[in-house]
Design a protein around this ligand. Structure first.
Ligand SMILES: NC(=O)c1ccc[n+]([C@@H]2O[C@H](COP(=O)([O-])OP(=O)(O)OC[C@H]3O[C@@H](n4cnc5c(N)ncnc54)[C@H](O)[C@@H]3O)[C@@H](O)[C@H]2O)c1
Length: 389
């Protein structure tokens, strides 16, 4: 199936497995595909598998190209009209569905954390190694914001000098409400022991890993701030997963320079709402960017003896994949999600990313995140610094 898809690349035909929040985001990105100028390929959704048949209607009424709907995800992998799959299901299903898709020769965009734990992730990586002709990537969209891309351009240019410190994070706050009912993302059986690191962690690792920065060890402080929640049926039940994680890691770049990298993944960060940030401090330059103020990029360029001045630069609509949208308009979440999909299609067709930081997370990068999060769990258990191998 993989080779056939390469020959037919003008339109890549997708099945969606998981018709929830992210399944719909993907479909809406496909609906906006014509906004891309020079799109690497066309994309068509032809099949949908979701556990809940009630979710079918929204998809089929908006996407007449969908000819197959089923509650059994294995059925879409048997469909000869399917070249590729987007799988957005609870974490306990990642290994089984991803491995089956890869073995069926379907190109795969899988959601993070790419396996509920390290063992599940290793099974997915093994399937990738056995099927090198299948293109596999993990979803992570925030680096495709123009402001984040500009920081990445500075990394590529070596503009920071010797790196002093890196901070990345992803902060939410809706779980501050103690009355918010529990869902699968708050339960170990379906979300995994990583808790908030499984949900949010890949997002904060994407840029550092692509930069080639390797965490050597980690000291983690994990918090379960709301250990009980309503179940939405009148009961209060245990809420077992970690709400917040702060990780401090001694991290090494390609030159051998070791610096502290602080990662935060918070579900309970008062006042924050989907705040993804990237801060890099170096001897020659420093940069800060966040989705909190997505048009503002802060850069400090330093020459010895000179003043240390933070510049606030307004960033326009200047994403890696050009679109019909004017450069003066604002860029938002649906735009970065569309850009990520353009990157997936570009690399599928071209065999390489448009540029170093305009590529989706690789399976090997997900494996590194699992090494980090597994070590973080051990660090929390032992109250100690844990080496990452
Ligand atoms: N990239 C991002 O920014 C982002 C954001 C949110 C979630 N996610 C990830 O996306 C994935 C899904 O999260 P979501 O928020 O869309 O969850 P969701 O609960 O909204 O949707 C999950 C869907 O999976 C379906 N499902 C469950 N079991 C199934 C089965 N056996 N067969 C077929 N379908 C099944 C459910 O019916 C539901 O439609 C997770 O891995 C999550 O971490 C990514």
């Amino acid at each position: 199936m993989a080779e056939t898809a390469m020959l037919r690349m003008k339109t890549v035909r997708f099945a969606i497995i998981g018709g929830g929040l992210m399944g719909r985001e993907f479909a809406s990105a496909v609906a906006r595909w014509p906004t891309l100028l020079d799109a690497p390929a066309k994309i068509q959704i032809v099949a949908l598998a979701s556990r809940t048949p009630e979710s079918f209607d929204w998809f089929t009424s908006n996407f007449p190209s969908i000819k197959q709907t089923t509650t059994d995800w294995r059925e879409v992998l048997k469909n000869d009209a399917v070249d590729a799959v987007y799988i957005a299901v609870p974490h306990d299903l990642h290994a089984e569905t991803y491995v089956a898709a890869i073995e069926a020769g379907r190109h795969l965009m899988g959601e993070k954390p790419f396996g509920i734990d390290q063992r599940a992730n290793s099974a997915i990586l093994a399937a990738c190694r056995e099927h090198p002709d299948v293109f596999v990537r993990c979803s992570s969209e925030f680096p495709f914001y123009p402001g984040a891309q500009k920081v990445c351009d500075l990394i590529d240019a070596g503009a920071f000098g010797k790196i002093i410190e890196v901070k990345t994070g992803f902060l939410h706050s809706s779980d501050l409400d103690p009355n918010k009912p529990i869902n699968w993302k708050r339960q170990i059986a379906t979300n995994g022991e990583y808790g908030c690191m499984g949900d949010l962690g890949m997002h904060v690792c994407h840029v550092p890993f692509r930069a080639g920065w390797i965490p050597g060890n980690v000291r983690a402080i994990l918090s379960n701030i709301m250990p009980r929640r309503p179940d939405g049926k009148g009961n209060v039940v245990p809420c077992e997963t970690w709400d917040n994680a702060t990780l401090l890691s001694e991290t090494r770049d390609a030159s051998g320079n070791v610096f502290p990298w602080t990662l935060k993944t918070f579900r309970i960060a008062p006042g924050e709402r989907n705040t993804w940030y990237l801060e890099i401090y170096g001897t020659q330059a420093s940069a800060r960017w966040s989705t909190r103020e997505p048009k503002v990029l802060e850069i400090l360029k330093y020459t010895p003896g000179g003043d240390q001045i933070w510049q606030r630069i307004q960033v326009g609509y200047e994403p890696p994949f050009k679109t019909i949208t004017g450069a003066n308009f604002e860029f938002g979440f649906p735009d970065c999600f569309l850009q990520m999909w353009a990157a997936f299609l570009h690399e599928l067709v071209d065999g390489k990313p448009l540029k170093h930081f305009a590529g989706c997370v690789t399976p090997e990068e997900t494996a590194m995140s699992h090494r980090l999060f597994t070590a973080a769990l051990q660090s929390q258990r032992d109250g100690a610094v844990v080496s990452i191998r």
